[in-house]
Ligand binder design. Structure first.
Ligand code: HEM
Length: 402
């Protein structure tokens, strides 16, 4: 098969359900595949790393929106997205990211561990009740979705009483990463408007009455910093933390569960402690990356022997780099004891995931608690996969707990 034929496979529902045989076939053609004169697919581990760590490969920003999305300013979600650090380049990116990073510290993340354990235990107790009589439990919603979204609320400082109403908005807004049908735009825009006004009101309260939470810290840092971070930049990047933070982590939990449901040895490795929870989580991230790809805009350069042109579309396939046989021995084998290097699932370079430590912590707390409590957890019927390529995960994953 030629690369074009293999790629056609990735465009089908079957290819999206299991892209890994197609990635394996693509690896035969080298690290970088030319799809067209200004269109490159980067699938090799080293080449992906090189692109992500080189700031001359720029992310799509407001100037790109002007070129590609005429009238984007009429969509509240794009107005917010134009301020997201994910969609800004240096020097603007460094200015906004460094201020956010000063609030989103390793200490704040580590300090969340008891809260994560408590939230996980409450969800586990509720599932145990629902599944006690042998009923099927839908673990994507009841655990994989509710844990990360509640943890983000905890991190930002969303009061308990507001969380119920807040969750569906977060889910609607996350639709921005997979706009497949323009008819979904009104829902996404409405969520963007509601979340922004919610955050503006909460920020006003936290300015009056600061608490020990990320929002209060961000406001203090912004206010002490001569307004270098505008209120809109701050509020818009709060909505980014939501969309970037919970669905990805939901998929980390769901993809890991699917692995252990079919590989009891992997489950035992976690519950007996023969591999550390952190190593297990990293192997889940490598084996079945929740984010399969990201993209950059090219400049005149040579990449793994292939010429890149100015303005080229450069798609880095993180999920394929994680299965690069040049980097990982037997890449299709799930092996949490492997020591051949970390996954690319959080990206790399200036845009490296700001929530990586939090996502890893959530996984490391959740998997051992869940699997020790339900050692006989088993699939109950067919899971339903989300038919998407960028974010990889399940819509539903029915299980029986005992
Ligand atoms: C398993 C879970 C997660 C995965 C796989 C993941 C993956 C990624 C990837 C691949 C990028 C880089 C995109 C690029 O370079 O184009 C990224 C960036 C980002 N992530 Fe995550 N993420 C996860 C969890 C989180 C969490 C929990 C948060 C926040 C609470 C978060 C917030 C962000 C933000 C704000 C960025 C943009 C950073 C920048 O552009 O400077 N992510 N993430």
């Amino acid at each position: 098969m030629s690369p074009t034929e293999i790629l056609a496979g990735l465009g089908t529902p079957e290819g999206r359900a299991d892209p890994y045989p197609l990635y394996a076939a693509l690896h035969e053609f080298g690290e970088v595949i030319e799809l067209g004169p200004r269109d490159l697919l980067v699938i090799g581990y080293e080449a992906i790393n090189a692109v992500l760590r080189d700031p001359r490969f720029r992310v799509s920003d407001a100037a790109s929106f002007d070129r590609e999305l005429p009238g984007w300013q009429a969509n509240p979600v794009f107005v917010q997205a134009a301020d997201w650090i994910l969609n800004t380049n240096a020097p603007r990116h460094s200015r906004i990211r460094s201020l956010i990073a000063r609030a989103f510290t390793a200490r704040r993340v580590a300090g969340l561990e008891p809260a994560i354990a408590k939230i996980a235990d409450e969800l586990i107790d509720a599932m145990a009740d629902r599944g006690a009589d042998g009923s099927t439990v839908e673990i994507m919603h009841d655990f994989a979705y509710l844990l990360p979204v509640t943890v983000i609320c905890e991190l930002i400082g969303i009061p308990d009483s507001d969380r119920e109403g807040f969750r569906p908005l977060a889910r609607d807004l996350a639709g921005v990463f997979e706009i497949r049908d323009p008819a979904t735009m009104p829902t996404i825009n409405a969520a963007a408007v509601d979340l922004l006004s919610y955050f503006a009101a909460l920020a006003a309260r936290r300015r009056q009455d600061p608490r020990d939470d990320l929002l209060s810290d961000l406001l203090a840092i912004a206010d002490a910093d001569d307004g270098r971070l505008t209120d809109f930049e701050l509020l818009h990047n709060l909505t980014l933390l939501l969309v970037a933070g919970f669905e990805t982590t939901t998929n980390l939990l769901g993809n890991g569960l699917q692995i252990v449901l079919h590989d009891p040895a992997a489950s035992d490795a976690v519950t007996t402690g023969s591999v550390s929870p952190a190593a297990f989580v990293d192997e889940v991230l490598r084996f079945d990356s929740p984010v399969q790809l990201t993209s950059r805009i090219g400049y005149e350069a040579s990449l793994a022997g292939v010429q890149v042109t100015e303005g080229a579309d450069v798609t880095t396939v993180l999920g394929a780099g994680n299965r690069d046989p040049r980097r990982f021995a037997e890449p299709g084998r799930f092996d949490p004891t492997r020591d051949d290097g970390g996954p690319l699932s959080f990206g790399g370079g200036a845009h490296f995931c700001i929530g990586a430590a939090l996502a890893r912590l959530e996984g490391a707390v959740a998997f051992p608690r869940l699997l020790s409590r339900f050692p006989r957890i088993a699939p109950a019927g067919d899971p339903v996969r989300r038919d998407t390529l960028l974010l990889r995960g399940f819509d539903t994953l029915p299980v029986i707990l005992n």
